[in-house]
Design a protein around this ligand. Structure first.
Ligand code: MN
Length: 317
């Protein structure tokens, strides 16, 4: 296995790697020769969780689960009869070095890690971690124009609640305040909210909100037909957008939600409306899922999204 390998080479014989990297990708901690690659980055941070913690274990669980999708000769999507990411280079850049307690310092470290990947002209894929990480991740883009597509059961758009402004309930608001942000869309929202003014504020500030019920009743293509052209966009996928029966391993499960093929149709529709410049999957909390299905689903969704958004690899970064 060399850093130049587009994929880890299948090894004939009695041995295989006993260690996990994302999809078996070569580790690349010094971030050399990343240009044109898809660069995976674990973010084991859950200190901004307001209910049930444990998403700090998400990167390890998704890494481990993704080894089941370790390609021997690339991936092939039987549903769509096409190769996924043929010849695209992957790299596992390890985890962000999270420290105890200090929110601002950890956000700075997350932003610095994403900036390193962007400066290396690679496509960042973050695996969280709680949802607060979106804010430092998008900060790393330095104000370039981009839209935010937020797939989530919740709005995460609270400005401030009881003095808190940077939790995993605030990050879409904070992110939407960053310079350069164009369109903001929340897809899959649902449930009972105790602060309806947050919904009102989001709508007043131009956030496009498509509920889970609309997607389920109309189908994603129809439900998302009014979404504008997104241009460059960063897609953040909170695993709780799925029905909890599909993804029980999450901190704030919400009744209802999408099933796998419904979410896949959402991804197909979104990826037809712009050019992805970054992706993250967050809130996988394996301690609430002894069967491991959430992490495995997350790994599959990463492949699905990347295959749709970057069919022949990252373009302009
Ligand atoms: Mn969220």
């Amino acid at each position: 296995m060399t850093l130049e390998s587009p994929r880890p080479e299948p090894v004939e014989g009695p041995l295989r790697p006993g260690w996990a990297t994302f999809f078996g990708a070569p580790p690349n901690l010094d971030l050399k020769m990343l240009e044109g690659s898809i660069a995976f980055l674990g973010v084991p941070f859950d200190a901004a969780t307001n209910d049930r913690p444990g998403s700090r274990f998400g990167p390890a669980a998704v890494r481990d689960a993704s080894m089941r999708f370790r390609p021997l000769k690339g991936w092939y999507d039987l549903d769509r009869e096409r190769d996924i990411l043929p010849g695209v280079r992957l790299a596992d850049c390890g985890d962000v070095d999270i420290r105890t307690v200090d929110l601002a310092q950890n956000f700075d470290t997350i932003a610095a890690a994403v900036r390193l990947i962007l400066n290396a002209r690679a496509f960042p894929v973050l695996v969280g971690g709680d949802h607060s990480i979106t804010y430092p991740a998008v900060r790393a883009y330095g104000g370039r124009p981009l839209s935010i597509v937020h797939l989530d059961a919740h709005l995460d758009y609270t400005d401030e609640w009881r003095g808190v402004r940077f939790s995993h309930d605030n990050q879409l608001r904070r992110t939407s305040e960053l310079p350069g942000i164009q369109h903001v869309a929340v897809l899959g929202a649902r449930g009972i909210i105790d602060r309806p003014f947050v919904l009102k504020e989001a709508r007043e500030r131009g956030v496009a909100i498509v509920t889970a019920l609309e997607i389920i009743e109309k189908g994603a293509r129809h439900a998302l037909s009014s979404l504008p052209d997104l241009g460059d966009y960063y897609l953040t996928l909170d695993i709780d957008v799925l029905d909890p029966s599909q993804a029980p391993g999450t901190g704030f499960p919400e009744p209802g939600g999408l099933f796998y093929y419904q979410l896949k149709e959402v991804l197909e529709t979104v990826t037809s409306k712009g050019q992805a410049v970054g992706f993250e999957i967050v809130e996988v909390t394996p301690n609430f899922d002894p069967w491991g299905r959430t992490a495995r689903l997350a790994a599959r969704l990463i492949l699905d999204f990347l295959g749709l958004a970057l069919p022949s690899g990252p373009k302009k970064l």
